[in-house]
Design a protein around this ligand. Structure first.
Ligand SMILES: Nc1ncnc2c1ncn2[C@@H]1O[C@H](COP(=O)(O)OP(=O)(O)O)[C@@H](O)[C@H]1O
Ligand SMILES: [Mg+2]
Length: 281
């Protein structure tokens, strides 16, 4: 009896997150930082790091009102909560939350609550207050104002904190966070290669073959923040200045016409145009 208990304990400890995590997946030391920015390649273990951090915060009582924000509502549910490296998959048996999808809510046995949000719906974050938040794939968020709404509500407890894990697209938001490194932001970095042992060979073959040796590979695998291409006609600052919440009617009409033409020509331009015209935009 005692032996089987000891065996169970050893097994639990050997598989616990502190035992299996790589150092850059564990929370940075110190109490000075408010935002932990984890910039890492695809498959590094970013979502797993978010999920483990949330479980640790909830179980230890360090946070009891947690916001879980992903690029879309489906990502929040399918990846952050129910995904293979999401919260329900990594929560230890002795402290598992109950998930109520209709309320977008996880409740831990000690009363801690986490609520899912979509970055497409910033208004939902107007009002709720939190003492911790996680943001998955910030670089893919379509509406940067979601970040501002989240920050306004991050005001409960003594030291509200936010973990952002993303492949580093050079968006204005990510560049702003990097500029705050050492002040209230701590940055850790990692590459896809570090997690090779835990990735299916098929994934590795596909993703590596696609990106290795390319400029995009430096972003998607090595998590480098790419600056503008030398000699490019458009740079990011100029493009950021042109951003509008709603496209003017004439431009919208032109884009729709181009999109239709591209569709009939079976042209990949279609994909980019679709991104440019958001519903209601
Ligand atoms: N330190 C680790 N030890 C074991 N498995 C890990 C570790 N980090 C990540 N994984 C696993 O690697 C896979 C990819 O992780 P994921 O968090 O989905 O990557 P990302 O979000 O960076 O694309 C998942 O199966 C995850 O559980
Ligand atoms: Mg992920």
């Amino acid at each position: 009896m005692a032996n089987s208990f000891a065996a169970l304990l050893v097994d639990a400890l050997e598989n616990s997150w502190p035992a299996v995590a790589r150092p850059n997946q564990l929370p940075p030391s110190g109490t000075w930082w408010q935002i932990w920015l984890l910039l890492a390649g695809r498959g590094f273990g970013k979502t797993r790091t978010l999920a483990e951090w949330v479980c640790g915060q909830a179980a230890s009582g360090q946070a009891s009102r947690i916001a879980l924000v992903a690029a879309t509502a489906a990502d929040a549910r399918d990846v952050l909560v129910e995904g293979e490296s999401g919260i329900l998959a990594v929560a230890p048996p002795w402290c598992r939350p109950v998930y109520e999808p209709s309320k977008r809510r996880l409740t831990w046995p000690n009363g801690a609550i986490a609520t899912t949000f979509s970055a497409e719906e910033p208004e939902r974050l107007r009002g709720p207050q939190h003492d911790a938040a996680v943001c998955d794939e910030l670089g893919a968020w379509s509406r940067p104002e979601t970040w501002d709404m989240l920050q306004f509500g991050l005001r409960l407890g003594r030291n509200p904190r936010c973990l952002v894990a993303t492949t580093p697209r050079p968006t204005r938001l990510i560049r702003e966070l990097l500029a705050r490194e050492g002040r209230d932001v701590v940055v850790t970095r990692g590459s896809t290669y570090e997690n090779r042992a835990n990735l299916a060979p098929g994934f590795f073959d596909q993703v590596i073959r696609k990106y290795e040796g390319t400029r995009l590979g430096r972003q998607e695998l090595l998590a480098e923040v790419l600056e503008d291409t030398p000699g490019a006609l458009w740079n990011r600052d100029a493009l950021d200045q042109c951003r509008r919440e709603h496209a003017p009617a004439l431009l919208r009409g032109t884009l729709l016409l181009l999109k239709t033409l591209a569709f009939f020509k079976n042209d990949r331009t279609d994909i980019h145009l679709s991104n440019a015209i958001r519903p209601g935009g």
